[in-house]
Design a protein around this ligand. Structure first.
Ligand code: ATP
Ligand code: MG
Length: 441
């Protein structure tokens, strides 16, 4: 892509209504635009990142054995009356009537709809365990939408639903998702901490939130510094080990405000290890047994021949909120650097030649073509802006690698720079080899 053609409406000034750095950056870098309170359009730069996050989430869900499907955004109110949640959900639910006066709603979550699909199509334990998921827009009429896409009204969520014959089976599905979540966040370059959480309107008795440490987060958390040393890569995901992994992560005291207990905290965590900080909730998982299968009569024939209510869990990730969380962690001193796994472009070429200088233009074009031939997603700055303003723009765009082309360089010499490090003078072959190692290994 050439910057002169790329739809990237950069703002020079920080919009006054944007209070946190992710919101500021997303507006300034032309990633999103608000269309109504808490409702956003995703412009090309933002959309590229959102899609890359989605791919990683999908890969880890698929690896955990979950199957992707797609349920609609609009649901029938009747289903929610069956589960008993229609009235209880309150004003956060956007309720709609169609021309026949039928009550519909814009889905805030999908337990009811997926339970209906399950009960109409699965009759026997032989089809279990089953985990279904989709990545779909949700609407919640939040009382105070704020921080841009962090707490908005329309947002993209990955939500999975597990169905098992037994409690033990349900626990295994829960553990598989627990693992998939930690793996997903690790691949996004984030350190996520699982915390015991309240189950809220979803209901149930076992639940964990996954929280990214950031000062601007809305959740207050209490935990031990020791949890920061635990790494998911040190655990395998075979079934026997899953229990040990969940145990290792959950035996360290960690809680949000709602579950916090000072004396328990002091008893379990030494003073010098106590970590009291703020974080962003990026995922939430629940085991809720037969809460929906009972009220909505989702029965299966069990292995011992009886009709039983199926054991269920649900598992959400805030896909769009993750874009903000990644920025909060990686945008420092007005310079953004995307993790290589989600960067909107692999590499930038910055042509510093003046308008009249054909030499740098030809050289830049040549590098651009070579990189594209090697399947890299490249952004070439071919605009007439001053070098200072070009560098400022790239501080916002956040591509982690830059090739800078000036008129003083020799024929096969290029300035290659990883954001945050010194530049190197190297050949194009070296750059291609290096980028292949980084992106295609
Ligand atoms: P919160 O406490 O932040 O309101 P929640 O507990 O209501 O979240 P869930 O119902 O568990 O959220 O939804 C799963 C995930 O969807 C959350 O972990 C979060 O990452 C994301 N999410 C929830 N509400 C919003 C929102 N208004 N804007 C953006 N993402 C959201
Ligand atoms: Mg909420």
């Amino acid at each position: 892509m050439k910057l002169s053609k790329f739809f990237l409406p950069i703002l020079k000034d920080i919009p006054s209504d944007a209070k946190i750095k992710s919101h500021q950056l997303m507006l300034r870098a032309g990633m999103i635009r608000q269309s109504a309170s808490g409702i956003y359009s995703w412009l090309p730069l933002g959309f590229k990142v959102l899609k890359k996050i989605e791919i990683i989430i999908r890969e880890e869900q698929d690896r955990a054995g979950a199957q992707e499907m797609l349920m609609p955004t609009i649901q029938s109110a009747d289903l929610w009356k069956e589960s008993g949640r229609y009235d209880g959900y309150g004003l956060e639910m956007l309720r709609i009537k169609d021309r026949q006066d039928r009550e519909l709603l814009y889905g805030p979550t999908n337990e009811e709809l997926v339970t209906q699909i399950f009960r109409d199509n699965v009759k026997s334990y032989k089809s279990l365990p089953l985990i279904l998921y989709h990545i779909q827009w949700k609407f919640r009429d939040e009382i105070r939408p704020r921080f841009g896409i962090m707490r908005c009204r329309e947002f993209l969520m990955k939500d999975s639903y597990s169905f098992d014959e037994t409690k033990e089976g349900a626990r295994l599905s829960y553990n598989k998702m627990f693992y998939a979540y930690l793996k997903t966040f690790e691949r996004l370059g984030l350190k996520a901490i699982p915390l015991a959480a309240d189950t809220g309107p979803i209901g149930g008795d076992l639940s964990h939130e996954f929280i990214i440490l950031a000062d601007t987060g809305e959740s207050q958390i209490y935990t031990s510094k020791k949890i920061l040393d635990l790494k998911i890569e040190n655990f395998s995901n075979d079934e026997d080990n899953l229990n040990n992994m969940v145990k290792a992560f959950t035996e360290i005291y960690s809680a949000t405000d709602e579950k916090f207990d000072q004396s328990e905290f002091d008893k379990s965590v030494k003073k010098e290890d106590q970590l009291i900080t703020r974080g962003i909730e990026v995922g939430h998982i629940f085991y809720f047994g037969d809460k929906y299968s009972k009220s909505m009569r989702a029965l299966v024939n069990s292995s011992s021949g009886q009709n039983i209510t199926v054991e269920m869990g649900s598992y959400g990730i805030g896909v769009s909120r993750l874009v903000g969380a990644i920025i909060e962690v990686n945008y420092n001193n007005n310079v953004m650097k995307w993790p290589t796994t989600v960067t909107p472009f692999h590499v930038a070429i910055i042509d510093l030649g003046k308008k009249s200088e054909n030499e740098t233009k030809i050289k830049s074009q040549n590098v651009y073509e070579k990189l594209k031939e090697n399947y890299f997603d490249v952004l070439l700055d071919d605009t007439d802006e001053s070098p200072a303003s070009k560098f400022k723009n790239f501080d916002l765009i956040g591509i982690p690698y830059q090739i800078i082309i000036g008129s003083k360089q020799k024929v096969d010499e290029y300035e290659f720079k990883e954001v945050g490090f010194d530049k190197q003078i190297v050949s194009l072959d070296f750059i291609i080899k290096k980028l292949k190692e980084i992106y295609f290994n």
